[in-house]
Design a protein around this ligand. Structure first.
Ligand code: HEM
Length: 208
């Protein structure tokens, strides 16, 4: 019973990937439909900014959960979804930044520079976005081979720092209700704890 789905076939992985792909596009589809139907409320730009920001952080949290979930369940195939989720995080991050750049700031470069340097939550959000770039660029198999597994894995551990920066960015911008950033912070702490536990187990096992 517990061994069910321990291994799944290649066609099943492909079908699951297609499902994840469609599901990951649903928030964007919903935003577009609401936009076309003028259902984005009194401040549509703020709504788009907030939804794309929320989904960037959600996708980052899911990406970060892949390895701990794989370790906890022993289902190696779960790792096959990491790249897609990470690229969706970057995709929503680009939409979020583009919304800020084009719709919110209307390419007001001096204003943007002032925001990035003077408003701490923007500084942190912007740093997280910049850090996502090397991960997106090196997400291919060719780049993995070029960098070598060890260096590639070390670089991609940045996802934890990026997610932490995303949580801080969210925490600093909410005015009263911190429940949502708190949930993201708890999920980050949980993922890190599971990872640390397995890293320790591996050290103990290899020393024995
Ligand atoms: C990894 C990168 C980033 C993540 C994870 C992220 C995440 C978020 C989240 C979760 C929200 C709030 C969503 C909600 O209220 O439900 C948000 C809002 C916002 N973000 Fe980001 N963000 C990132 C990068 C950036 C960047 C690069 C900028 C601009 C340079 C930016 C500017 C903003 C602004 C202006 C808001 C709305 C603030 C408000 O309505 O008061 N973010 N972001």
């Amino acid at each position: 019973m517990f061994d069910r789905f321990k291994r799944i076939s290649e066609p099943a992985i492909v079908r699951l990937k297609m499902l994840v792909f469609v599901l990951a596009l649903l928030p964007l589809a919903k935003l577009m439909v609401n936009g076309l139907m003028e259902h984005l409320g009194a401040n549509p730009i703020e709504r788009i900014l907030r939804r794309t920001g929320f989904w960037t952080l959600t996708m980052l949290t899911l990406t970060m959960a892949v390895t701990p979930l794989r370790q906890l369940t022993g289902r190696v195939w779960i790792g096959r979804f990491r790249r897609m989720l990470g690229l969706f995080a970057f995709f929503y991050g680009c939409l979020h930044f583009a919304t800020y750049l084009v719709l919110d700031q209307f390419f007001d470069w001096p204003g943007i520079l002032k925001d990035i340097t003077k408003r701490p939550y923007i500084t942190v959000g912007f740093s997280a976005f910049v850090l996502m770039m090397p991960l997106a660029i090196t997400s291919t198999d060719a780049m993995l081979r070029r960098l070598g597994g060890k260096r590639w894995r070390a670089l991609h551990r940045l996802v934890y720092l990026i997610t932490a920066a995303g949580v801080v960015h969210f925490w600093w911008l909410v005015k009263k209700d911190i429940s949502e950033p708190l949930i993201f912070a708890a999920l980050l702490a949980l993922s890190l704890t599971v990872r640390a536990y397995y890293a320790r187990q591996n050290r103990v096992n290899s020393a024995a």
